[in-house]
Ligand binder design. Structure first.
Ligand code: CU
Length: 359
């Protein structure tokens, strides 16, 4: 009975997918009559499939007639195959994405089936990777030693090869060795890991300061030197292409981004507005909790231009998975241009200009 109803359901779903329809009897019995004449069903036009274009906005039908006209106009413009029309915004060097930024290569992102770390792009990230591999190799040595000891005991001290076991219970030298051994291992790990830990939180002389605030559920970035700030939200799937991203960047790409110049030391001040969040960019070796009422400090110096993705890394509520982080590392010139744009857009000022004006 169960199998029959499953078969019927399968046939029904197949029938829904195929352009030909089943008769009522076929649908009921689940048996298709090949002699039965088929009626061509009108093909359903799904909104996403409508005209042959990549524009995600095509297919949306706004209620407002004026907006409808706009969409129709845009559809025409997109549908008309202009010779030099860029396929995606990132293919054309002249296209500027949010904040007049040049298109950038995505450097720091998780990859399908990846087992290592995202590429290191800051001094701290290089160091943390190094310490991590050191610990892994020490661990590998310990695992091999333990496997060898177990196998050795199995072979050497089984009932057949060692019928009369020794009866002693203590061995001072051995006990000292297996106490000192692990202590030495910890000292070795600590002597390499602690300096890196201190390096993460001791901010060197910085070139700019950015204050990061975690909200339920988005991030806020402030550039106190220039007196402006803005928020950064997750991009929906149909917004990705227009913002210069690909579909695979869904749940990582945000509408705005933290923008920093390459090879400059950025002082990060991290706090939370409601609950504890955590700002993390793997490629920079930065993972700092955003705690309400507390200003945590850390830093990074991005060594390579590109886009770096990260995630809120402290379970912070319902939409914890939907507040990713995008950092854009750009050239010094592009950063200066972006600063001008951002000051105009968000309202701010350049301290050096104010000083000059006051003189
Ligand atoms: Cu969060």
């Amino acid at each position: 009975m169960k199998t029959a109803s499953f078969g019927t359901a399968l046939l029904l779903s197949l029938a829904l997918l195929s352009p030909t329809a089943l008769t009522a009897q076929e649908a009921e019995t689940g048996i298709i009559d090949p002699e039965q004449p088929r009626v061509e069903e009108p093909v359903l036009e799904l909104p996403g499939e409508a005209p042959d274009t990549d524009d995600p906005r095509v297919g949306e039908q706004p209620d407002d007639p004026e907006a409808q006209a706009d969409v129709a106009e845009e559809t025409e413009a997109v549908a008309a195959p202009a010779e030099d029309a860029p396929v995606s915004p990132r293919d054309d060097e002249n296209v500027q994405i949010w904040g007049n930024l040049p298109p950038l290569e995505v450097v720091g992102q998780p990859v399908q089936g990846g087992t290592g770390y995202m590429p290191a792009a800051s001094p701290v990230a290089h160091d943390t990777h190094w310490v991590s591999y050191l610990v892994h190799y020490i661990m590998l040595g310990i695992v091999l030693l333990v496997i060898f000891l177990v196998l050795f005991c199995v072979v050497r001290f089984n009932r057949r090869t060692n019928p009369n076991p020794a009866r002693f219970t203590h061995n001072t030298r051995l006990e000292v060795a297996w106490t000192l051994g692990p202590v030495l291992v910890l000292i070795v790990i600590g002597s390499f890991a602690l300096p890196v830990l201190f390096k993460q939180v001791n901010v060197p002389e910085s070139d700019l300061t950015i204050k990061v605030t975690g909200y339920q559920w988005f991030w806020g970035y402030e550039y106190p030197d220039y007196e402006f700030g803005y928020e950064s939200f997750l991009l929906q799937q149909d917004e990705l292409e227009a913002a210069g991203y690909e579909q695979s960047h869904y749940l990582m790409a945000t509408d705005t981004a933290m923008v920093v110049p390459v090879n400059k030391t950025v002082r990060l001040q991290v706090t939370g507005a409601d609950v504890i969040h955590s700002w993390k960019i793997n490629s920079f070796g930065v993972h700092m909790d955003a705690v309400p009422g507390r200003l945590n400090e850390t830093w990074f110096r991005a060594e390579r231009e590109g886009i770096y993705f990260g995630f809120c890394s402290e379970l912070c509520g319902l939409d914890h998975s939907f507040m990713p982080i995008t950092v854009k590392v750009v050239s010094e010139e592009a950063y200066e241009e972006w600063l001008d744009w951002a000051i105009g857009e968000f309202g701010g000022s350049r301290p050096e200009q104010e000083v000059a004006a006051a003189r």
